[in-house]
Design a protein around this ligand. Structure first.
Ligand code: FAD
Ligand code: SF4
Length: 560
């Protein structure tokens, strides 16, 4: 938004029946189901999807082992239609790592819901590209390169659409020669499908107090590399998860390694963002993990072909906010439907889109607009999403309370009990307590961690890796990372916590540098930002606000 907003020409407005923000699995499923229903009833219903990435899939980063239950519901003939889910899971391993050794947990000990047979290893970005094609063929209007920057409200406070950001605003906040005014995209209903920690979702949750009755949302940061490995190291269909080293027992997280496609291995590391030590660097922990004797062999002779990072929601059942507000709904990870022990959310993202579409379609048919879609909320809370999330709701709080070893054992027992007698387990729901940012400890209580230097073969420095994310932002624009109060950032983030932004950001965006007068200033290299949203979540004072940059800015993930 330009500084002199009042002097700018008015925005043009476009009207649709349904406006969807975000072309991830949740947004695209909503769009497809809406057009399916309209086609069944020979009813014309206009649906638009806005996507901030330069193309559908450009900003999607996931594992991904995909439970096809969502696709089976949305597009039952997805196989015949060529969905890119080509590698079925053939082997599932779960390993606890120590500094030099490992313990393989036998599969019979794992609760059945953790079993990955019947699932597929794929690139969720490519699945979204395919879903985008299906949606476009069905008449959905998809606008990649358009970031929704603002929520539009009517006089009664109901949401009536969104506005895309102005383009061509210089660093100094003034319009430049490329200036183009943003557009108002108005609809009867607005669907927020921005994924984890959406910037509009955050405002809507606050404005409508949607989280008033739920536990705080919890998050992890997932950092991922895509490798092409030597054919003799590739085991198509192998799914491997680890817990333990290099994290200590009270820091939650673990790794995933999925073999799929043409000698591809998707390797990633998730660190739960409730970690306490301000000196911890999730990025460096990931790099260290790859050097473990039980892990490194698979990468020998291979090459890293892509890199990226993204926050993942981890609060589960008890953190789901109210889903409907006047004029719209939250779907997918904007609400937070990830099943944490299964590390899966894309199936529920699709299912929530299907529920939302069915509720919206009935409302539009009844000539309603801008009201609260209570039946969507009810469908999520009583349908397959609830069935998936409720039995595992205590896993994350148990890890947080008891540490990785005991927490995993207790949550495994709880999940087994739930399997044997559904609804038993602990019998009650554990709370998460504080939000992730509030868990960060003061620097004075911790020692800096000496991470090994990257070797450039198996381990890499952050900036080299960022160059494999295809990240690009127009340089001459105001930073989209807004530090609300810089004095507080200096006094607290630097003074009390010793600058953790420099370590939690997986793209080297934040640097505390000498200001030339004996003090330090925060340098924000916004052009490197991969849109993971970690700073918005983990800044200890909630003093950093992630806002959308100009449309198309950010990563260009090839197939993450
Ligand atoms: C490291 C990692 C591993 C994972 N592994 C798995 C797995 O193995 N299996 C699984 O099922 N799930 C996995 N998940 C979870 C899964 O990726 C999510 O549950 C799923 O992507 C959520 O879908 P979504 O549509 O809600 O959001 P997203 O997939 O995040 O899509 C949101 C889209 O909205 C766009 N957008 C956001 N804000 C705006 C805006 N203001 N304007 C315009 N566009 C906007 C984004 O660019 C993006 O394209 C993993 C997640 C991570 C981070
Ligand atoms: S600046 Fe924030 S959103 Fe961007 S990459 Fe760094 S931590 Fe992630």
């Amino acid at each position: 938004m330009a500084d002199n907003e009042a002097e700018l020409p008015p925005r043009e407005a476009m009207e649709f029946d349904v406006v969807i923000v975000g072309a991830g699995p949740a947004g695209l499923a909503t769009a497809i189901r809406l057009r399916q229903l309209a086609a069944e009833q020979e009813h014309d219903l206009s649906v638009v999807v806005l996507e901030k990435g330069s193309e559908v899939g450009a900003h999607i980063l996931s594992g991904a082992v995909i439970d096809p239950v969502g696709l089976d519901t949305l597009i039952p003939d997805w196989k015949e239609k060529g969905a890119p889910l080509e590698t079925p899971v053939t082997k599932d391993t779960f390993i606890y790592l120590g500094p030099a050794g490992e313990i393989r947990l036998p599969n019979f000990m794992m609760p059945p819901l953790m079993n990955n047979h019947g699932n597929y290893i794929a690139s969720l970005g490519n699945v979204c590209r395919w879903l985008g094609e299906q949606a476009a063929e069905m008449g959905v209007e998809i606008y990649p390169g358009f970031a929704a920057a603002e929520v539009l409200y009517d006089d009664n406070g109901a949401v009536v659409g969104v506005a895309t950001g102005d383009m061509g605003i210089s660093k100094d906040g003034q319009p430049n020669a490329n200036f183009t005014r943003g557009v108002e995209i108005r609809g009867r209903y607005t669907v927020i499908a921005e994924g984890a920690r959406g910037s509009l979702a955050k405002q809507l949750i606050r404005n409508f107090k949607l989280d008033g009755l739920s536990e705080p949302q919890k998050y992890g940061i997932g950092i991922k590399e895509l490798w092409e490995v030597k054919p003799e190291k590739h085991q198509p269909g192998l799914v491997q998860h680890t817990l333990g080293w290099p994290l200590d027992d009270k820091t939650g997280g673990g790794s995933f390694l999925y073999h799929y496609g043409d000698n591809l291995v998707s390797v990633g590391f998730v660190v739960h963002l409730n970690y306490e030590n301000p000196y911890l660097s999730p990025y460096e922990e990931f790099q260290r993990f790859k050097t473990h004797p039980a892990i490194k062999d698979v990468f020998e002779g291979g090459k890293r072909i892509a890199y990226g990072a993204r926050a993942i929601t981890e609060g589960g059942w008890q953190s789901i906010p109210q889903l409907a507000f006047p004029g719209g709904v939250l779907v997918g990870c904007s609400a937070g439907f990830v099943n944490v022990p299964r590390i899966k959310g894309s199936h529920n993202a699709i299912l929530s889109g299907v529920h939302a579409a069915e509720s919206i379609y009935a409302a539009v048919k009844a000539d309603r607009a801008h009201d609260r879609l209570e039946d969507y909320e009810a469908a999520v809370r009583s349908g397959p999403i609830a069935k998936d999330l409720k039995p595992v709701r205590n896993a994350k709080p148990m890890l947080a309370r008891f540490g990785t070893r005991l927490g995993t054992a207790l949550s495994g027992f709880d999940m087994w009990m739930n399997t044997i007698i559904p609804g038993v387990g602990l019998g009650y729901t554990l709370r998460h307590g504080k939000p992730d940012h509030a868990g960060l400890g003061r620097a004075r209580d911790y020692q800096p961690i000496a991470y090994p230097k990257p070797d450039g073969v198996l381990t890499f420095d952050r900036l080299t890796n960022v160059s494999f994310s295809g990240t690009n932002h127009e340089e001459d624009q105001p930073a989209h990372l807004k530090v609300i109060d810089m004095a507080l950032q200096v006094e607290s983030e630097l003074g009390a916590f010793d600058g953790p932004s420099n370590r939690y950001c997986p793209a080297g965006v934040y640097e505390w540098v000498d200001d030339g007068a004996g003090a330090k200033r925060l340098q924000i290299n916004a052009q490197n930002c991969v849109h993971c949203k970690t700073c918005d979540i983990k800044d200890p004072n909630q003093n950093i606000n992630w806002t959308v940059p100009e449309g198309s800015g950010g990563p260009t993930y090839p197939g993450m």
